[in-house]
Design a protein around this ligand. Sequence first.
Ligand code: PHE
Length: 376
Amino acid sequence: MKRLLFFISILTIASLSTACTMTGKKKDEIKVGVIASLKGDQASFGQSNWSGVKMAFDEINARGDLGKKIVVYVEDDRSKAEEGATAAKKLVEQTGVHAIIGEVASSISLAAAPIAQKNKVPMISPASTNPAVTKVGTYIFRVCFIDPFQGEAMARFAKNQLKSKRAAIITDIKNDYSVGLAKFFKDTFTKTGGEVVADVSYSAGDIDFKAQLTAIRTKNPDVIFIPGYYTEVGLIARQARELGLKQPLLGGDGWDSPKTVEIGGAAIENSYFSTHYSPEDANPRVQEFIKRYKEHFGTVPDAMAVLGYDAAYVLADAIKRAGGVDSEKLRDAIAETKNFPGISGSITIDQDRNAQKPLVVLKIENGQYKFVDSVM
Ligand code: PHE
């Protein structure tokens, strides 16, 4: 009996001490989860974003800005919404993260956000622009502008700068971002006296767009708006040119990847898209960032990398102001973010947990993204 009691007490001590080291560990570390598309159709987005996030946290840890170490747990959702939800569950329930950065694609953020919200884990999307994302709840934020702004800006650009009266739209109906952006473009274009003469669709993963493009050709539009992601955008551009369509092609931030010109080649030349930052921005902070990023990764950062970097810094700044990672305090601190000097512009979180920021319109010229205009 004595031996049994002794054994039990040893076991209790053992389990207590593991509990202590576990909570002790949790206290010394700040756990941040990252949900990113490291593989799959949107891998360019996920990888750029992860590079930006990682660079930011490495800098923050090296300087010891928060007094504690930030440990980052990245989960690959392979560009799939269901896997984004699985990743969020794992980060929240198993890893026990204090905050999440992600996702970039609106459809994946929409799948992951309800899990963060339910568990009161603050989530900051670097780049999801669909309005519904932050409406999921009070713990869900973003550091980018939203699609009503982007859609309106491109519709005005088409009308005022390109003098177009007739637009065609080709939408990815499997993509919440694409469906939303198509609608917002159409709203402004028609409200300002333009006409949408063809409104056709495809599904992400399609490779043949000839039927839709032929339908567009019969309507002879002045401009073609393609609110999709880089893979399909590149293919659509090529097939449009093959079918003899010479109109300017327009798009949104889903074009912002080096892959767009890689896939689109000559067919995508002289097209325009709206996005979050221009590498030509003369601001010395931006240029200094580009230089450091190039040293790390050997490429010029795209918008996704910049927004990942900014999201990580906004989170770190909020953790500092909150005095730690208490869930409610951290949520409130993120909500109170004001004039934070991001690389993608000054970030103020508004009452809808979005960031109102200017956009830039870029033109594809000789395979480069050239600054054309900025819209406040
Ligand atoms: N805004 C896109 C979305 O919501 C994602 C994206 C952002 C893509 C920035 C490229 C650059 O799905």
